[in-house]
Design a protein around this ligand. Structure first.
Ligand code: GDP
Length: 340
């Protein structure tokens, strides 16, 4: 923005910020919820508070198991997260569930965040469910979710599950903020596999075919076999991690213990090979760039003269009278960025 204060060095001098930081460290839900609201706000003053809170809490972050979950609507994400989360809180874990869904709006009710879809977890004092930030750009929604993940870690949640619906680019955004990315599939994959995006299988660390119960159990096993052959074709054979394919039932809870064991196995293998630390480092740098892009775009939209000129230039570029590169340069000059 137009402020000259360096963004990451604001001290949490404001008493409200200090109180929130303390409350979060003490694991207080109300403080966590308030800090998340601050992080999600677009107001400049709130963004400043958010940065101060995040910077103060940074040493308290990074310790959770970060698990991403995706799959088409109806595959059983909520059901599985409800069951897996409950299984984990019963073992003494504290579980936070977040969502990335750029299409959701607060007023319309978030598709993914709807607490009634995770009835057990919603009433579990060791679980924290947060809907997707209200609609915005994918980059913006993902950045807010990532910041929320850090706040949850600082509040003592040692498992953070980030859910996303299997459409658009949101899977990649989630895969870029977690350690382990789980793709849920459906029985009877024969047809489904044809349609499933190759890219999603390529970024999967674990694939679980859900609804492997009752009559569907056999078809689920067949689907798992098909995913296994697909993986053999799609992934490099020498990769240090071979994504396991399993069958589970979110409904009965069957296989969730094996699933969790594989999540931990993936983390441990990554720690041993160095892949875990590499990934987190890469993610942090990528996040910085996302934030830079976000800030630049925000700076653009704050300038009324730039907004007006962008509108004119869009028309001129669309009808071919001005070259895109010339238009971009003019805006850069208006923003004082010089010739690029
Ligand atoms: P989401 O859209 O991916 O979050 O899917 P939901 O968790 O809402 O599940 C969609 C439907 O599938 C619901 O009617 C669930 O009861 C059902 N379902 C979810 N998991 C299972 C499962 O493991 N077995 C069976 N038989 N049904 C399931």
């Amino acid at each position: 923005m137009t402020e000259t204060t360096p963004p990451t060095t604001d001290a949490p001098s404001d008493p409200e910020v200090a109180r929130l930081v303390e409350g979060i460290r003490a694991g207080k839900r109300a403080a966590l919820a308030r800090a998340i609201t601050t992080v999600e706000s677009k107001k400049v003053a709130h963004r400043r508070h958010a940065r101060a809170i995040l910077q103060a809490l940074l040493p308290d972050t990074g310790h959770a198991v970060r698990l991403g979950i995706t799959g088409v609507p109806g595959v059983g994400k909520s059901t599985t997260i409800d069951a897996l989360g409950t299984y984990l809180t019963q073992q003494g874990h504290r579980v936070a569930v977040l969502a990335v869904d750029p299409s959701s709006t607060r007023t319309g009710g978030s598709i993914l965040g709807d607490k009634t879809r995770m009835a057990r977890l919603a009433n579990d004092e060791n679980a924290f469910i947060r809907p997707s930030p209200s609609a915005g750009t994918l980059g913006g929604v993902a950045a807010r979710t990532r910041e929320t993940m850090l706040l949850c870690e600082a509040a003592g949640y040692d498992v953070v599950i980030v859910e996303t619906v299997g459409i658009g680019q949101s899977e990649t955004a989630v895969a870029e903020m977690v350690d382990t990315f789980l793709v849920l599939g459906l029985p009877g994959a024969g047809d489904e596999l044809q349609g499933i995006k190759k890219g999603v299988i390529e970024i999967a660390d674990i694939i679980a075919v859900n609804k492997a119960d009752g009559d569907a159990a056999k078809r689920a096993r067949q689907a798992a076999a098909e995913y296994r052959s697909a993986l053999q074709i799609l992934t490099a054979p020498d990769a240090s991690w071979r994504p396991p394919v399993m069958t589970i039932s979110g409904l009965t809870g069957d296989g969730l213990d094996r699933l969790w064991a594989d999540v931990l196995r993936h983390r441990d293998a990554g720690r041993e090979s160095g892949a875990f630390d590499d990934k987190r480092r890469r993610q942090q740098v990528a996040w910085m760039w996302t934030m830079i892009r976000e800030q630049l775009m925000a700076a653009l939209s704050l300038r009324a003269d730039v907004r007006a000129r962008v509108g004119e230039l869009e028309t001129a570029v669309a009808d071919g009278s001005v070259a895109a590169t010339v238009a971009a340069d003019e805006i850069a000059q208006m923003m004082g960025l010089g010739e690029i």
